[in-house]
Design a binder for this molecule. Structure first.
Ligand code: GLU
Length: 283
């Protein structure tokens, strides 16, 4: 039997709140119960939003909470070569295409069409650059125009055929990556994206059970497709419900009062904060 390997993969864009504590404890407990391993991964591919001090602070917060993880911690920004290599493979197989659109172009195209299919995260990319002639793509790239790389989801699904993935709470799922449309796999300013980096890194780190909030449930469909294209195995998944505040709203980074730091500074013990995060048992 393979060892259970779980991970907590925060983005250092702010201080951790109770929702993060819940997610981290969820992954940590799943590994612990199975006698497996727990990893911490820093998802810092976005240079605009990520800051080293948040990376430092979140490790301090998690250690204070009583969590332990394996070293070295993988920082995604230090492994972009791995993401680039995966992207090159997807490019070679014709599963991605360059997209020159700005946000404004996309909004204009949606307005022009008068409607846009909606996914769980909003309107889908209208496909403007999907059918550009090869020569035009080459010319625009040669002229130095900035471009992102998008997954040609229809083409990719035709390459892999039907796929399934397993969620421990909701059972087997028929993969529907098309509900998110032609997602970005490499941004104009970064040679990767969340979807690509998370798929590649979970594989390279040998993660067998991905535990994360159910806000990422739909994203898993895309990750399953990328796994099949890249010919890597699929881990098991457990998407947990998100923590909500007294008003029933999902906890967000802007709920300053709920950061682990502020709770600690106001005198809460780690055990009390673990209980607030839904894990009242002793570690
Ligand atoms: N880095 C993502 C976030 O902070 C989580 C990624 C994942 O667990 O797959 O929302």
């Amino acid at each position: 039997m393979t060892d259970v390997v779980t991970r907590f993969a925060p983005s250092p864009t702010g201080h951790l709140h109770l929702g993060h504590a819940h997610s981290a404890l969820f992954g940590w407990t799943a590994a612990r119960k199975a006698g497996g391993r727990f990893l911490l991964r820093i998802e810092d591919i976005d240079p605009q939003r990520c800051r080293p001090e948040f990376d430092r602070d979140l490790r301090e917060d998690l250690a204070w909470l009583g969590l332990t993880w394996e070293e070295p911690v993988r920082r995604q920004s230090e492994h972009m070569e791995d993401h680039r290599a995966a992207l090159a493979r997807l490019r070679d197989m014709g599963a991605v295409y360059p997209c020159f659109c700005t946000r404004k172009d996309i909004a204009a195209e949606i307005a022009r069409a008068g409607h846009a299919p909606h996914g769980p995260d909003g309107p889908l990319y209208p496909g403007t650059c999907r059918a550009l002639p090869e020569a035009e793509r080459r010319d625009r790239i040669a002229a130095g125009e900035a471009y992102a790389l998008r997954l040609d989801v229809g083409r990719a699904m035709a390459m892999t055929g039907p796929l399934r993935w397993h969620d421990r709470r909701r059972g087997w799922q028929d993969a529907r990556p098309d509900i998110l449309g032609d997602v970005v796999l490499a941004r104009k300013d970064t040679p990767t994206s969340y979807h690509l980096a998370v798929t590649v890194d979970d594989h390279l780190q040998g993660v067998t059970l991905v535990t994360r909030g159910e806000d990422l449930f739909f994203a898993t469909n895309v990750h399953r497709l990328l796994q099949a294209l890249l010919r890597v195995g699929a881990p098991d998944y457990h998407h947990h419900p998100l923590m909500v505040n007294e008003r029933g709203e999902r906890l967000a980074k802007r709920d300053h009062a709920k950061t682990l730091r502020s709770l600690r500074e106001s005198g809460e013990t780690a055990a009390a904060v673990r209980a607030l995060a839904g894990f009242p048992e002793e570690l």
